[in-house]
Ligand binder design. Structure first.
Ligand code: SAM
Length: 284
């Protein structure tokens, strides 16, 4: 028995299903169901929610989401060894857990969504965490199919996601995030909470999509941030040369100082640059 349900302890599940963690799959399991319940609670009331969980592994967070009342959990797992363990949870919560065996990078959530809100809640495999976040932030149409993302990242990545202009952490990912969402770190999780412990602290990040982000072509926004942050120590009049046209009129049109550097420019500045690039009729 444990704090949240009458299923066996996770250590026993792992032993019975031969789920020794594999580094190649970014596996660091959370075995404390009180901690997984804390993460689930951080995702807000779950009553009418379809929770999309990426990488459930032995199911610690899955169980917490179900015990805390998620209407449905759709759990996408690439490790075949975990599927039988997850099916046991599905039996305990009839009709509420859909186990999808496959690669999260190729997963389309839309066919699984119900009438209520959808929310992505996951302790992500660290090796694909950034591409997954980027795919959710660039989804079309916008506003997206989810009302919130509540995700675990390595602390260093979490800091880059929520970074504001003016520091070393501010990056392309910060601009994309700030453009489309409001992001904040909710709390840290010490490395000792995982089996096996990773090298660094992790953080839970909440991202709430902005209903109406500043209008601009996403691909052009990505082009200007790529150019600017690709040479982040250089002034924009130099770094933007990689766009293949004279940066000075572009910077003037965007109302930015040619001597400014990428890390000083807020999201609005990059949006203005993307619009100026569009007006200059560059092919996307
Ligand atoms: N949610 C579990 C927990 O908190 O204990 C496990 C988290 S572990 C950090 C990441 C999980 O993602 C592992 O179960 C791993 O097998 C799975 N995973 C890795 N790559 C994946 C992929 N491409 N698609 C789906 N799941 C993946």
């Amino acid at each position: 028995m444990n704090a949240i349900d009458d299923l066996p302890p996770l250590r026993e599940v792992i032993r019975r299903h031969g789920l020794a963690a594999r580094k190649s799959l970014g596996q660091n399991f959370l075995l404390d169901l009180n901690l997984t319940a804390r993460i689930a609670r951080a995702a807000g009331p779950l009553e009418n929610v379809t929770a999309i969980e990426i990488g459930p592994g032995p199911g610690g967070l899955t169980r917490a989401l179900l015990a805390l009342g998620a209407r449905k959990v759709v759990a996408v797992e690439r490790d075949d060894r975990a599927i039988a363990a997850l099916e046991e949870i599905a039996q305990r919560y009839p009709g509420r857990l859909a186990v999808v065996a496959g690669d999260a990078l190729a997963f389309d959530a839309k066919p699984y969504l119900g009438d209520g809100p959808a929310r992505v809640i996951a302790n992500l495999p660290y090796n694909i965490a950034t591409p997954l976040l980027t795919s959710w932030l660039t989804v079309e149409p916008w506003p997206p199919w989810y009302d919130r993302l509540v995700l675990m990242f390595q602390r260093e990545v979490a800091e880059r996601i929520v970074a504001q202009p003016g520091g070393k952490q501010y990056s392309r990912l910060s601009v994309l995030t700030g453009w489309r969402a409001q992001a904040k770190i909710l709390f840290d999780v010490h490395r000792s909470a995982f089996v096996p412990p990773p090298k660094v602290t992790s953080s839970i990040v909440e991202l709430v999509p902005r209903p109406a982000p500043l209008a601009c072509d996403r691909r052009l926004l990505e082009r200007v941030t790529e150019a600017a942050f690709g040479q982040r120590r250089k002034m924009l009049r130099q770094s933007l040369k990689s766009l293949g046209l004279d940066p000075l009129p572009l910077l003037a049109a965007a109302g930015l100082e040619p001597t400014a550097r990428a890390e000083e420019i807020p999201v609005e500045g990059f949006v203005a640059l993307a619009r100026a690039l569009e007006a200059a009729k560059m092919p996307a």
